[in-house]
Design a protein around this ligand. Sequence first.
Ligand code: BGC
Length: 317
Amino acid sequence: MSSSSGGPDLEARTTTPALERGISLGGALARRDGRPGWEIRQRHLAAIAAAGFDFVRLPVRSWGHAPGDGLLETVAALVDAAWAERLAVIVTMHHADEVDADPSGTAAELAGWWRRIAAHFAAASGPLAFELLNEPCMPAREWNALLPAALGAVREADATRPVIVGGADASSVAGLRELELPPDEHLVATVHYYEPFRFTHQGASWEPGSEAWAGTVWGSDADHAAVTADLESAAAWARRHGVPLLAGEFGTIERADQPSRVRWTRWVRTELERLGVPWAYWDFASDFGAYDLERGEWRADLLGALIASGPPTYRTR
Ligand code: BGC
């Protein structure tokens, strides 16, 4: 990611040029029980690269997988497939609500996975970063205490791999302010942006009470100003701490009013770019998706809000 813009320096170990625009492959290797999944194919990665993105974020849910059951090989194959399209990759561990702070329980499992993943990729020279835990949802003090162990597991095998870390409170701007970064020269802070939550998550099946938010629209001057203030505050935190910042997730659920979604997406994206913050849209093809898996094509209005040059003219199937 562009170091000139102050963003994460993923390319430090690679020959890849500036990396700034990404998209998450949500719902494939990490999905909530009961929600539909999908399989990442080469043509999807090709469509992402051709649309103008330069990295993908690959959510992985390791819980319930035993070491050696093939998950690591699946991840490695997808990383190779993305590299074949000249896409950089962030491997990110979901779902944080299944991790607790007990250092001998799931936290040890988390460190174990990172030890294996980091060792597997230690000699790899392609553009790759690790995000230790997506949206930690334990109290900040517990997450700040666990973080050095998870980071240490990566560092045992790889001293310079870029590692991405978000704060508690689901990596919100508020969570970022409470994040305590261990001393390490290859850390990237991340923030997830879904404000106003009642707009972006209206009707989300996993958010109790969110049906009542249906019909919330977005687009007033005050709405725009609130987003700007939030993002400026996140960027200022990163400057103060001398750490690159990545907006690792932002997006809106398909239930929301489409013109509002497009307005919000364009505004968040252009404000991040104005602030020199690389971003990854949530996501490619889940219920927030910018891509229609069934039709095999981008949702042109959302893609146009993300990539200034607008949608490509090709179609993939
Ligand atoms: C979670 C997804 C969720 C998305 C939007 C992600 O970080 O892993 O399950 O759909 O955020 O809330």
